[in-house]
Write a protein that binds this ligand. Structure first.
Ligand SMILES: Cc1ncc(COP(=O)(O)O)c(C=O)c1O
Length: 435
């Protein structure tokens, strides 16, 4: 729930990465995204070591959609991890930071011809194809290139992971992938296998995000293996890779209790071995964790502004950020834990609502949370904001996006600069003067 290096001192000041949060706010301004290097490092290292211990060949692809910037792509290069990108912009960010294209999986439920061309020219590890129209387009563009293009097919296995509807993707009526229920996935496999320009390397399925159970992941692996067995019996083809996606849950609040991953990956690896037909190689197990690597590493620091109690007694604390830097509460009622810097656990507490600064009634960061008595100028810190906060940020109301600062060993490093007012108008063009 808090970054690994988080602590409070005797005056209840909060520290992350050996740096006082109040000093970060002073130096970089607020709102401010702070990422704890130690938390990201420990999580990525535990995925890498966990997967190197399981009995099958396995590969981690960090899901860049959770949090990506040039420095993040560079930082990831310390480990043998790949990157899952979903747009030409993410691909460009990775490549321009020196990330090896061979370690990049290119996803997305709609990719433009330009994006597909770019991915083919860059030489990504594979393109994860999402629809029949896209399969045709990739095949056509692959035909114009000088190599067979490796692809995975994204399948929707009909697994209903218990999570919020907007972040559930494995059920049959999802916008993602080829449904396995109505024969579309069979058509896609048939076309891919027949193509002289495509190399069908395997299947992918992602069943949802913030999943706090083991069974959906195991069921997903099993479903992909069973489907591969069907194709092996039909055609002799057998996948080199089966990618079970990401979605491993984190502790947003005290009630969230993610299951241990080691026994789950061991069960999945056993299935990979047991369900591989004799004479075939066990496929590579690929996973795409995003949130579980960066989520708990991040905190956001806000400055408290107006405080008001409205008729009926509800108390609003307004802060200098909100849905522009964290859309998740407004988008899917995500709940966050928060604290006030410099306030001890023994102080009297009130139930308050923390409102954002954006012109939407729904811009509420925290509904009915219990916090110590706040005053204007205090620093409010929200926890577990490392995933899907910066990456989903917007300039709504023409508010510049906050800086991202990495903290480690008592030092802070700017990973993304705060936007300026000039940045806001940088791409604007003035009207032609009237003639
Ligand atoms: C295909 C795919 N892979 C990986 C992820 C990462 O999920 P998470 O950040 O929850 O691990 C997502 C999230 O939407 C996804 O759609």
């Amino acid at each position: 729930m808090v970054p690994d290096s988080f602590r409070t001192d005797e005056s209840h000041s909060m520290w992350v990465g050996g740096v006082r949060i109040a000093d970060l706010a002073e130096q970089y301004g607020t709102p401010l995204y702070v990422m704890d290097e130690a938390s990201m490092r420990s999580r990525i290292e535990s995925y890498v070591s966990l997967l190197s211990d399981v009995r099958v060949n396995a590969q981690v692809f960090y899901a860049g959609k959770a949090f990506l910037c040039s420095a993040m792509a560079q930082w990831l290069r310390q480990w043998p991890v790949g990157l899952d990108v979903v747009s030409a912009g993410e691909l460009y960010t990775a490549l321009s930071s020196g990330f090896d294209p061979e370690s990049i999986a290119f996803h997305g439920n709609i990719k433009t011809a330009d994006e597909i061309r770019y991915a083919i020219q860059a030489g990504v590890r594979y393109i994860v194809v999402d629809s029949l129209a896209e399969l045709q387009m990739v095949e056509e563009l692959a035909g114009k290139s000088d190599r067979r293009v490796p692809i995975l097919l994204r399948l929707t296995p009909g697994i209903d992971a218990h999570t919020h509807a907007f972040i559930r993707t494995g059920q049959f009526d999802s916008k993602f992938g080829f449904a396995m229920a109505d024969g579309i996935s069979d058509q896609a496999v048939t076309l891919a296998l027949a193509s002289p320009h495509l190399d069908l390397m395997g299947f992918h399925a992602h069943v949802g995000s913030q999943i706090l159970e083991t069974e959906p992941f195991v069921a997903n692996a099993e479903t992909l293996l069973e489907y591969a067995q069907v194709w092996h019996r039909k055609s002799g083809w057998w996948p080199q890779v089966l990618d079970i996606g990401g979605g491993f849950g984190v502790r947003y609040n005290a009630e969230d209790d993610p299951p241990p991953l080691r026994p789950m990956f061991e069960r999945i690896a056993q299935k990979f071995e047991a369900m591989t037909p004799p004479g075939c190689s066990v496929p590579q197990l690929a996973i795409e964790p995003g949130r579980s690597i960066v989520g708990e590493a991040g905190v956001t620091v806000y400055r408290v502004g107006a405080i008001k109690t409205v008729p009926g007694g509800k108390c609003f604390i307004s802060v200098d950020g909100g849905m522009g830097d964290n859309i998740r509460p407004a988008l899917y009622q995500a709940k966050y834990a928060a604290g006030l810097d410099g306030h001890g656990p023994d102080e009297a507490r009130n139930v308050v609502t923390v409102a954002g600064r954006y012109c939407e009634t729904g811009d509420v960061l925290l509904s009915e949370v219990t916090l110590p008595e706040a005053k204007a100028g205090d620093l409010l810190v929200t926890f577990v904001t490392g995933a899907y906060n910066y990456s989903m940020a917007s300039n709504y109301n023409r508010v510049p996006r906050p800086a991202v600062v990495l903290v480690a060993n008592g030092q802070s490093h700017v990973w993304v600069q705060r936007e300026s007012w000039q940045d806001l108008v940088r791409l604007d063009r003035l009207m032609h003067s009237p003639s």
